[in-house]
Design a protein around this ligand. Structure first.
Ligand SMILES: [Zn+2]
Length: 372
């Protein structure tokens, strides 16, 4: 299987993030993508190539141009303050209750992007979990190019292509970044496929978290069906979207399927949900699936609370490929660094119909348990 990768992600790296106000070691780090790249290289069955530039048009087809401008300008605005900062993160957000009692028209007229970079970060940001550094914008652009190059290869005849996107994308909405995500790689890919082929597209999101951004972008669209299996937002990020009764509106009515799962979800629980998700995808026409692939469903993941093991990723890849549609597989989350490479190899080999033989040297057995 062809793999698309760009080293531009290395410029977007942090060592610390905050969780409920406390500084903690960063989870979404450059090492994640490097672990996956190196495991795929060792496998020998995954030729890796670089992305081609696609420009801003496919991005602004999905995202508000003001968000793009903010991300492009943010770091130089931070530097012009003359204060040394490890990263930019927002701390004041336009909570909807700030405008309680005001009409929608009044809100539209009055609430606007402020000049101060801290205010701008809050205006465009969902949360403090997307630290922005000098290389963030270039890395986010490259992740989109990785996704769109994977799309080109699939539309050019490849059956399945893996785009090693980093930063991830599925929390980024039309006018919002957040949750480690800046541009929504999967949504941009799906939109681009729908526009260039005129066909319906499905997005299968198997990251541990709900892809609130992808849901928002396609909420009213009838040409993209979004199906997601994720942690119940009652207990997990992004907290405010991802419930089963969110099904889309207007032309998108019935095109959004959320399958929230309980803490401790097992391989069996997950595969049952996957079968439901795949059934919903098979029920609509279309020949391409964009997969938002996360490994934070893994049992040892420091953020997730599911109990999946490495061998089930092989099965998930296999069942997804069994729909016999072409696959644009894009990397989202997954934070247990030692297992990322093997989990990716297992998934992708499953999608190709190749057996999965765990690499003996890495200390991970086929069940994903640490053996050394
Ligand atoms: Zn996630």
């Amino acid at each position: 299987m062809q793999v698309v990768y760009s080293p531009a992600h290395l410029g977007h790296d942090v060592s610390v993030e905050t969780y409920m106000g406390s500084p903690v070691p960063a989870n979404e780090v450059a090492e994640r993508a490097e672990r996956i790249r190196s495991a795929l290289e060792s496998d020998g069955g995954f030729p890796i190539s670089g992305p081609t530039a696609h420009g801003l048009e496919p991005i602004t087809a999905v995202h508000e141009p003001g968000l793009v401008r903010f991300l492009e300008e943010a770091w130089s605005a931070v530097r012009s303050q003359g204060i040394e900062r490890p990263f930019l993160s927002a701390d004041t957000y336009p909570n909807r209750s700030m405008f309680e009692g005001m009409s929608d028209d009044a809100i539209r007229d009055i609430v606007r992007e402020p000049r101060h970079i801290g205010g701008r970060a809050g205006f465009w940001g969902l949360d403090s979990a997307a630290p922005l550094v000098a290389g963030t914008y270039v890395a986010a652009l490259a992740a989109v190019d990785v996704a769109l190059t994977a799309v080109d290869l699939v539309l050019g005849g490849e059956r399945a292509v893996y785009g090693l996107c980093r930063p991830p994308g599925h929390h980024a909405a039309r006018s919002m970044y957040g949750g480690y995500c800046f541009f929504n790689n999967a949504a941009i890919a799906a939109d681009s496929i729908a526009r260039s082929t005129g066909e319906r597209v499905a997005v299968l999101d198997v990251d541990f978290h709900h892809g609130n951004g992808t849901q928002q972008i396609f909420w009213r669209r009838g040409d993209v069906r979004y199906v997601s299996i994720h942690a119940d937002p009652d207990r997990q990020y992004p907290y405010f979207l991802g419930r089963a009764d969110e099904t889309g509106e207007g032309e998108g009515s019935g095109e959004n399927l959320n399958i929230p799962l309980q803490a401790g979800a097992t391989n069996g629980d997950y595969l049952d949900s996957l079968d439901r998700a795949l059934e919903a995808i098979a029920a609509a026409p279309g020949s391409v699936i964009v997969v938002s692939l996360g490994f934070d469903t893994y049992g040892l993941d420091p953020i997730g609370d599911f109990a999946l093991t490495t061998d089930v990723y092989h099965e998930i890849g296999k069942r997804t490929a069994a729909l016999r549609r072409r696959l644009v597989i894009l990397q989202e989350g997954g934070y247990h660094r030692p297992s990322l490479g093997e989990n990716a190899r297992a998934w992708l080999r499953g999608a190709e119909g190749r057996a999965f033989d765990p690499l003996p040297a890495n200390g991970f057995g086929p069940g994903g348990t640490v053996t050394g």
